[in-house]
Each structure stands twice: as C-alpha cells, then as structure tokens.
Write a protein that binds this ligand. Structure first.
Ligand code: FAD
Length: 305
C-alpha cells in the first residue's frame, strides 16, 4: 500500500482536498482519535470516482466518514484514507408538491429535518436532535426504537466502486435496527425521502417536545457518541447498565454519563482506550447481572476491524 503515491496522485489533481495525518479527534463527536494517514474531502461526484480508483490502484484501504457522531476512532488513528463527502454532496432539494426531499449524503440531517418542516412536510420529526449527515443516517438506519429513517427512503443512489452509480428503491433494502442490507463497499450518495403533508404548528410542536425530552434525558454539551449499545428487544440498555451500578463510573477521562447510563462522555482528554474499557465494563457487567449480551451500536475505526 502506498499512501504517499495516493497522496501525490490526488493532491491538486482532482476536485478534492487531501490532508495527511489529520487527527480524527477533529472529525468525531467523541473528540477522540489519532491521525488518519489520508483524509480526503471530496467535493464532486466526478472526483469521487477518481479518488476511489487511485486508492484502489495504490492498495490503500478507505472508509467513509460523515460527521463521526457514531464512530469511536482508535488512539493510533487509521492507516488508510478517510473519505468525507462535501460540497456537491450537501445539496438538499424540497419538492413540496410531490412531498419529497432529496438530499446528498453529505447534507446535515438537521438541515433536512428543518427544510422539511419549513415546507410543511411531516415524517422526519423523529430525527430532530440526531446529529450527523444523511449518509450516516441512512447507513445506520438512524431513528428511535419505533421510527427509523429507512421507512421514509423512497430511493437511494449509491456508488459501487469499479462499477459506477446504482439506484435502489427503498423497498429493495432491508432496514434493521441501526443496520441495513446496503453492502459496506457501497458509498451512499443521495437519498429521496417521501413525506406527507402536515401542519407547521403540529410539526414544530412535535419536534419541540422531542428535543425537550432529549434535553431532559441525555448529556448535553459534552462530547459523546449517543447510545453505546442497541436496546435489546423489550428492554433498555441504559436501564440494564444502571441496574449494575455502573452509572457515573469513569476510566481515565471517559465517564458513563450520570444522566443516561447508555452514553459515555469525554470529560476532556479521554482516549479511545478509556472509552473501550468502559464499553467492556458495561457489557460484562450487564451480562453477569442479567444475562443480556448487549450489542454495540458505535462503529469502531482503526482497531484492525
Ligand atoms: C448526542 C447524540 C445523540 C444521538 N442520538 C441518536 C438517535 O436518537 N438515534 C440514532 O439512530 N442515532 C443517534 N446518534 C448516533 C448518530 O448521530 C447517528 O448514527 C448518525 O446517523 C450518524 O451520522 P454521521 O454522519 O455522524 O455518521 P458517522 O458517525 O460518520 O458514520 C456512521 C457509519 O455510517 C457510515 N457512513 C457515513 N456516511 C456514509 C455514506 N455516505 N455512505 C456509506 N456509509 C456511510 C460510516 O462509514 C460509519 O460506518 C446520536 C449521536 C449523538 C452524538
């Protein structure tokens, strides 16, 4: 693998910015993570094909990153290239007549939610307060226990390395709890969401009450990654962790949130190793206490996965 050759080929030659040894702590909501050997901000569809081809030619592994709000990056960083979809991928178009919002994978989910509400389109209220991009949300099938974004996806455009663009109908994809059937080798480029006509006041009221609930129950203003574990069927991961007496426990500068036991907060200067040791502690304590084998929701980056 020649990261250097890939850097030389891509620098200045494509509609992309290529950074060397960019700290992932600057790109993840935990504010944790060592350097990515390459970080490529891709500005256009045309550039994405070129970037992926060059990385393949140079045998450089790559991964797509949205806003890093569901990723724990290792302290050692990532040996390959982290690709971020920018500019042309951040477009959002609302068709109020058709009741659709078409958004690039790099668009902020919060903007999509706000634009839909402004156009009096209902159906995305449950996404209010979920950080990150449309690509990240689709990849994770983000949502709540009862509502998830896959239910709104009418169609999806992805990039298949070596092949080109491919369009899925929403119903062709299996949407699961924080997972989908979209292969990890495919890059999500754009989603069209089908919504229904609503009333501005009702949409705003619903969003406000959901935000208020988040403010009441989740740690605000501290670096986190949201829920660490998926909720088991008919159970709450947070309650299971709390029942073990783990709430508030620390490892280094990382702490199991005192507000929500399924969140880990970075109290400033936490390492990935600190967070991982808490994840292990939470998992093992719950298994010993209640026999439930919790499954991690957070994606690991740079751990040799
Ligand atoms: C305070 C807080 C609250 C949260 N609340 C919720 C919640 O209520 N519900 C919920 O579901 N999540 C929640 N999350 C988790 C997180 O916000 C979501 O999973 C979000 O959708 C991730 O988006 P992202 O852009 O940050 O993706 P990232 O974290 O950057 O990436 C997540 C995964 O998606 C992949 N990915 C990203 N973009 C693409 C793409 N274009 N193509 C292919 N793969 C891609 C990445 O490779 C990675 O595997 C919360 C997080 C925080 C910090």
């Amino acid at each position: 693998m020649s990261v250097f050759n890939a850097y030389m080929s891509l620098s200045g030659a494509t509609d992309a910015d290529v950074l060397r040894d960019e700290k992932l702590s600057r790109r993840t909501s935990y504010r944790i993570g060592g350097p990515a050997r390459l970080l490529v901000l891709v500005h256009s569809y045309a550039a994405l094909g070129k970037v992926v081809d060059v990385l393949a030619e140079e045998h450089v592994d790559w991964v797509i990153l949205g806003k890093g709000s569901n990723v724990l990056a290792s302290d050692a960083g990532y040996e390959g290239a982290v690709i971020i979809l920018d500019d042309e991928f951040a477009r959002v178009t609302v068709d109020a007549e058709q009741g659709t919002v078409t958004a690039g994978a790099g668009a902020l989910l919060s903007k999509v939610v706000a634009d839909a509400a402004k156009a009096e389109l209902s159906g995305l209220e449950f996404c209010v307060g979920i950080p990150g991009t449309v690509g990240g949300a689709v990849s994770m099938d983000a949502g709540t226990r009862r509502e998830w974004i896959g239910r709104c996806v009418r169609d999806l455009v992805v990039y298949r390395p070596g092949e080109g663009l491919h369009r899925y109908e929403g119903h062709e994809i299996e949407w699961g709890y924080r997972c989908t059937s979209i292969p990890t080798s495919e890059i999500i480029l754009e989603a069209t969401l089908a919504l229904k006509k609503g009333e501005r006041a009702a949409i705003s009221a619903d969003m406000e009450s959901r935000l208020a609930r988040r403010r009441r129950t989740q740690p605000m203003g501290k670096p986190t990654c949201g829920s660490v574990f998926r909720n088991p069927t008919d159970g709450s991961a947070g309650k299971l962790v709390e029942a073990c007496g783990c709430k508030g426990l620390s490892s280094g500068r990382a702490q199991i949130s005192t507000e929500h036991a399924n969140f880990i907060v970075n109290n400033g200067g936490a390492s990935a190793a600190d967070v991982l040791s808490l994840i292990q502690l939470m998992h093992d304590s719950v298994l010993a206490n209640s026999g439930v084998d919790l499954r991690c929701e957070v994606k690991l980056l740079g751990f040799g996965e």
